[in-house]
Design a protein around this ligand. Structure first.
Ligand code: FE2
Length: 169
């Protein structure tokens, strides 16, 4: 069997500075070309995320942040480094739709190697690397490899409210 080593491996994704400018406090700030790297294996193999250390105009390197579509929770296991998980639940209108600019509940959870963080359903979440080394986590969120671009922006996740508000509270 021929293996094509020139194609991008199907499990690998990265989040570039260009993409992260959507949600940076200072979109014109100087940062690394790639803010974090992912190897996405889904529920069975798990997902690995590696954050670069550092700050961009005073803001720590963070993940983009998203809400889950449907009633899906998620667990993160911290493997290395130290960071802070930010969780926020938006207010909902009378139809049950999230209101992007009204945060009903906000949590900041410090995390270091050995810790486990539970992201309850309905809570948007992002994780910040506050240490001087890589920050590394494992999580169990699903990846649908039938999706158009499953590893980069998986279909179970809604990034739009985060993009609209240019980040979290
Ligand atoms: Fe998630």
């Amino acid at each position: 069997m021929q293996i094509d080593f020139t194609s991008v491996p199907k499990h690998y994704a990265s989040r570039t500075h260009e993409k992260m400018r959507d949600v940076l406090m200072d979109p014109d700030g100087v940062g690394p070309a790639i803010h974090y790297y992912m190897i996405r294996g889904g529920v069975d193999q798990k997902n690995v995320t590696v954050w670069e250390p550092g700050t961009i105009s005073g803001e720590y390197i963070k993940t983009y942040g998203h809400y889950h579509v449907g009633d899906l929770s998620e667990t993160y296991w911290i493997i290395y480094g130290q960071g802070v998980a930010l969780l926020q639940k938006l207010a909902e209108d009378k139809n049950g739709e999230m209101i992007p600019d009204i945060v009903a509940e906000f949590r900041a959870i410090p995390a270091k190697a050995g810790d486990e963080i539970f992201m309850p359903e309905k809570f948007g979440h992002l994780v910040v690397n506050t240490g001087s080394t890589y920050f590394v986590t494992i999580d169990d969120s699903p990846v649908d490899f039938e999706d158009r671009d499953p590893t980069s922006f998986p279909g179970h996740a809604d990034y739009e409210p985060v993009k609209k508000m240019r980040g979290f509270a």
